[in-house]
Design a protein around this ligand. Structure first.
Ligand code: RP5
Length: 169
């Protein structure tokens, strides 16, 4: 289990999940944000088990300085959508796969939002991409992050080329 690093800066991204059991997936988002040196917070907020906390989290998130919320949940995954209904911040939803249905239940629960209340949904288990979406949103106001995203993409391309070269040898 990855632990949450301490960062004295005010968090810009909230990484929330319905249960601590989601952390195995959601830690990928946290790691990505850490790689880009983005301050973030991590919180377990359950739509069904702690509904008042969920509403308070969503309602106060923007005033506390957060710019993006990444929300992951599994099964009847209502957390991302419910948070989106009480905040003006962009919400990125991560469908967490559980033991049954391979995460399709989580995906459909998160992606099928009614018009007017969007959740930017990534793939099943796609927490790393959720982190990248958050970085890209932040980069619209932070040119330095744009440069880092370009370097990140170059790194991906270099990796593909390295693997291709290995394949040829
Ligand atoms: C969801 O129920 C959580 O997001 C989690 O994916 C799932 C199971 O939770 P636990 O029973 O492991 O706490 O709300």
């Amino acid at each position: 289990m990855v632990s949450v690093p301490k960062d004295s800066r005010s968090p810009l991204v909230g990484v929330v999940m319905g249960s601590d059991s989601d952390w195995n997936v959601m830690s990928d988002a946290a790691q990505l944000l850490a790689d880009f040196e983005i301050p973030y917070e991590v919180e377990v907020v359950s739509a069904h088990r702690t509904p008042e906390k969920m509403i308070a989290y969503g309602k106060t998130a923007a005033d506390r300085g957060l710019k993006v919320i990444i929300a992951g949940a599994g099964g009847a995954a209502h957390l991302p959508g419910m948070l989106a209904s009480v905040t003006t911040l962009p919400v990125v939803g991560v469908p967490v796969p559980l033991g049954h249905l391979d995460g399709l239940d989580s995906l459909l629960s998160i992606v099928q939002m009614p018009a007017g209340v969007p959740v930017a949904t990534v793939s099943i288990g796609g927490a790393k991409n959720a982190g990248l979406v958050a970085v890209k949103i932040l980069a619209t106001a932070t040119p330095e992050l744009t440069g880092r995203l370009a370097s990140y993409a170059e790194g991906l391309a270099a990796l593909v080329e390295r693997k291709n070269t290995d394949l040829q040898s």
